[in-house]
Write a protein that binds this ligand. Structure first.
Ligand SMILES: Nc1ncnc2c1ncn2[C@@H]1O[C@H](COP(=O)(O)OP(=O)(O)OP(=O)(O)O)[C@@H](O)[C@H]1O
Ligand SMILES: [Mg+2]
Length: 467
């Protein structure tokens, strides 16, 4: 680290000189200014890390200059030098944003401490700031890839909601469509970015623990509650809480959650006091919550409260045009991670990747690219580096379920094919391709040999294998 620069502003030459000598002897670099005008031009050319500012200057008052400096660059700490006994001035300085003040005649030990502390505080603050910047580039909007209209519409809505004061958001979408990604971006792109983003997965936490996780408990609330524990809502005050897999929350917890959503208050378990917080609650579900309401598994009132702002994330097969840019994005990601230099995918691999129906959505695509990049070292990922379900789709049950035209998802029904027929055909095909070798055929289908044997029997295909 280079020397830190301190700007000394004082109209008395002698005082400037003695301050400069001291500061230099403590290891700082010193620049000087004798009045307000020089100060303002100096900080443009040579931004100091700290300023000592005399409260009385020839062309302006120190306080006026202080407030001007603060408005130009609020991050530079300023120590005011005041005349002895002018406490009113000193207080006004602090209110205007000075770090601290020191009286004339200057006690240099005290000054040395002040300078050290002020610089340390501002270093910490800027480290924290760059931390937030760093998180932002990892979790910001620019990492959400997709030019399809379905995706850009969704992201437009996300951006609007992020900047709004909305405190409840519901994200719906199949597994792997980016619900986590969006929830994080919404937090780190909002004014809440410096506050916590806390996540709870409602499916992963036992019913008995979820209440204390969310709301905390008082000391002595139950046998094991030896100390007070703050819950997620309290810890995330002014930040965001991400409630993942909300559909799995038990009905009685759902009603407690509704209360938080309605008036942003709750009680710790065993508590008698209402606590109020300012949190944005983002809930996510890969199930259709409306259906869960109809089935009596989800409270209708909670659903309607959550659904005021709903973001629907499209599946990857609905937006196949986004597949090539996603591939590029993930190749770049894994090139950096694995220190490789893969240029892209071949035309035939791209065709296979765009035609595959992606039941696991973007996560599945990401995993496929990762696997291909681990397995090979050529410049381009080719069909042979892809899993068999993608490389040889005609062997996959997903192939026939795939919507390849406007209403092709009904293709099977239209041609009068039942699932039974489809499965039978697939097994026949696989056995033929494998030349009757059941182990090989099972591998092609991605099922176990036992399963295959069972199906062969079920469909009466036994004659085939002897061929
Ligand atoms: N539009 C996108 N652009 C770039 N990466 C994406 C996109 N959507 C998803 N991903 C990536 O795909 C992976 C899965 O996404 P994410 O975890 O957000 O899915 P999810 O909807 O939360 O899934 P689940 O319902 O299974 O929890 C993550 O690594 C994420 O970064
Ligand atoms: Mg998720």
């Amino acid at each position: 680290m280079g020397k830190e620069t301190i700007l000394v502003v004082d109209d008395e030459r002698l005082l400037r000189w003695s301050l400069k000598q001291k500061l230099m002897s403590w290891g700082y670099r010193v620049i000087e200014a004798e009045d307000g005008a020089t100060t303002l031009s100096r900080i443009v050319i040579d931004t100091p890390d700290l300023i000592t500012l005399d409260i009385r200057l020839p062309d302006t008052s120190g306080i006026a200059l202080l407030s001007e400096l603060k408005s130009k660059n609020p991050n530079i700490p300023i120590i005011m030098i005041t005349a002895y006994g002018t406490i009113d001035d000193a207080v006004r300085c602090l209110k205007t944003g000075a770090y601290d003040f020191i009286e004339k005649p200057i006690n240099f030990d005290k000054l040395q401490n002040l300078v050290k502390n002020a610089l340390e505080t501002s270093r910490l603050r800027s480290a924290m700031h760059s931390n937030v910047q760093y998180v932002k580039t990892r979790f910001g909007f620019e990492n959400i890839i997709g030019n399809s209209s379905l995706m850009t519409n969704a992201v437009d809505l996300v951006r609007k909601v992020t900047l709004s004061e909305a405190t409840t958001v519901l994200i719906q979408g199949e597994t792997g469509t980016g619900k986590d990604l969006i929830a994080r971006a919404m937090h780190y792109e909002s004014r809440r970015d410096a506050e916590p983003f806390l996540t709870i997965n409602c499916a992963a936490i036992p019913e008995t623990l979820i209440e204390t996780e969310l709301f905390g408990h008082e000391k002595g609330a139950f046998t094991d509650a030896r100390i007070l524990k703050k819950g997620i809502f309290e810890l995330a005050d002014r930040g965001s809480v991400f409630l993942d897999e909300i559909s799995e929350m038990q009905l009685n917890m759902q009603s407690k959650l509704l209360r938080v959503l309605e008036d942003q208050t709750f009680r710790r378990v065993g508590g008698t006091k209402d606590l109020s917080v300012d949190v944005r609650i983002v809930a996510a579900s890969n199930r259709n919550l409306e259906e869960w309401v109809a089935a009596g598994k989800f409270r209708a009132d909670l659903y309607y409260r959550l659904a005021v702002i709903t973001i629907h994330l499209p599946t990857l097969r609905e937006r196949a045009g986004d597949i090539p840019p996603l591939i590029t994005h993930f190749i770049k990601h894994y090139n950096a991670k694995f220190k490789k230099n893969i240029h892209g995918v071949t035309r035939s691999a791209e065709k296979l990747l765009t035609e595959y129906p992606w039941p696991g959505n973007v996560r599945e695509l990401k995993n496929v690219i990762e696997r291909a990049m681990i397995l090979q070292d050529q410049e381009y990922i080719d069909a042979e580096h892809l899993p068999i379900r993608i490389a040889e789709p005609q062997l996959s049950p997903l192939f026939l379920a795939r919507p390849s035209g406007a209403d092709a998802s009904l293709g099977g029904a239209k041609t009068g094919l039942s699932l039974f027929d489809i499965e039978k055909q697939l097994i026949e095909q696989a056995l033929n391709t494998a030349g009757g070798n059941k182990t090989k055929a099972a591998k092609l289908l991605g099922i176990s040999r036992d399963t295959l044997r069972y199906r062969v029997k079920k469909y009466g295909l036994n004659s085939l294998q002897s061929k």
